[in-house]
Ligand binder design. Structure first.
Ligand SMILES: CC(C)(COP(=O)(O)OP(=O)(O)OC[C@H]1O[C@@H](n2cnc3c(N)ncnc32)[C@H](O)[C@@H]1OP(=O)(O)O)[C@@H](O)C(=O)NCCC(=O)NCCS
Length: 158
């Protein structure tokens, strides 16, 4: 698995991976109507372009140069998107992406990382040392979703 920065030619692959991830991995956590609201098919590429433009994105590629996952973040410590391909569940792809950006943000002087974790991603972030700050209910395309605002202090010595 290799990591590299996102480039604009990745747009369609990233949007497709997101869609496949929600519909393939999140099955046990969200019903079909929720998944359709979360990840409409086909994905809207102009919406995705806008979403990614505001964030830094790192992608993970397998040995065939196929996208295995991506993570998008902001320099204020916000982790906005983290999705892994259904071809690579529980194979450490998200951990690899996470470690990369945690190191980068630590070097940049960021002291706190924060995210809004899905019900599915909560154990992953917990494993990385994040704590739940708040349980939230959000609405997307008419459906409600539970999510968790989570934070992790990465300041050296804490
Ligand atoms: C959540 C997600 C990003 C995790 O990716 P992953 O590459 O499978 O995660 P990793 O293999 O790096 O997992 C590292 C550890 O996190 C925890 N973890 C990850 N997924 C888990 C799950 N579904 N249930 C329980 N613990 C989990 C485990 O402790 C795991 O270690 P282990 O496999 O040795 O037990 C992935 O399942 C995904 O894309 N889900 C669908 C979309 C989603 O909810 N994205 C997050 C939006 S906020």
């Amino acid at each position: 698995m290799k990591l590299r920065p996102y480039k604009s030619s990745d747009l369609e692959s990233v949007a497709n991976l997101f869609t496949a991830s929600v519909h393939g991995l999140a099955i046990g956590h969200y019903d079909a109507t929720q998944r359709a609201a979360w990840a409409p098919q086909p994905p809207d590429l102009s919406e995705w372009n806008e979403r990614l433009n505001g964030l830094h994105t790192v992608v993970a590629e397998d040995n065939d140069n196929e996208l295995a996952g991506f993570l998008s973040y902001a320099m204020n410590g916000y982790i906005g998107l983290l999705y892994v391909s259904p071809r690579y569940p529980r194979r450490g792809v998200a951990s690899l992406l996470y470690r990369e950006i945690e190191s980068a943000l630590l070097l940049a002087g960021v002291e706190v990382l924060f995210t809004e974790a899905s019900v599915m991603a909560r154990p992953f972030f917990h494993r990385q040392g994040f704590l739940i700050a708040e349980e939230q209910i959000v609405s997307r395309r008419g459906m409600t979703f539970k999510r968790y605002a989570m934070r992790k202090s990465i300041k050296a010595g804490r």
